[in-house]
Design a protein around this ligand. Sequence first.
Ligand SMILES: [Ca+2]
Ligand SMILES: [Ca+2]
Length: 262
Amino acid sequence: MRTKRSHLTSWLSKVMLVVMLLLSFSGTGFANEEAVATTEAELEINDEETGKKLVVAYAVCSDKPNFHKWVIDNKSTKARGVNWKTSGQEKYKDDGYVLINGKSSATIYSVKDPKSSKNVKLTVKDEKNKTTLATAASEQAECGDPGGGKKRGKIQFTLSDYGLWEDEGGVILTIERIKGDEGEITAQVCLCSGTADAGKDFDDQVKTVVFGDGEVVKEVFIPIVNDNQVEDDENFKAWLQADDDVLGFRQATWIHIKDDDY
Ligand SMILES: [Ca+2]
Ligand SMILES: [Ca+2]
């Protein structure tokens, strides 16, 4: 066992030596690097000889409404200074310098033109501001994409119709949160008359629903008025109101009340 282990140790140290030699010969300049477009929004700087990724720059889902968000990834083990600038709209040019440690990334923000949906390009240059290392376009980074930022998800009614007897006391509406669960979502459930009258046939008080971080389902109880009159079956509608970007497909649901006084 001891002999095998010492052979292994000796073999490992040889491998380490070769790796260290390779690293020391890889140089500090940018001469052996080439930019390779992977997608429109992501570019890589690779070492020409080894093919290893050195720098990757890409747009991600922005958590600030008026800014594009970018990530510049330093894949090498050495700290690297880069200059960056964005262009696309004359008025909204932005630039800066960032020092990124080895095997680390830097997040940068650039001002978004609120009036234009045009692509904004990020250009990353070397420390001396001479060689362009990478450019990436912002439009590819839709929120909710893999690798994007936080996913709040969308909320909607689970069903498009509910039915109950007038003497059941009320109805429980279920609101589900899909495609994400991060952060808080506040919504209101508003009730509108159909053939059933607000206040007379059902309690029309607006209900507030808060999805906490990680919560994906909420129930809301809507009281129904039970009378002694013989009447037709009646209905009313519940509306979900929240920020546009968190509203799912089923924003309304119908509640059908079946009369029990026939
Ligand atoms: Ca009744
Ligand atoms: Ca009735």
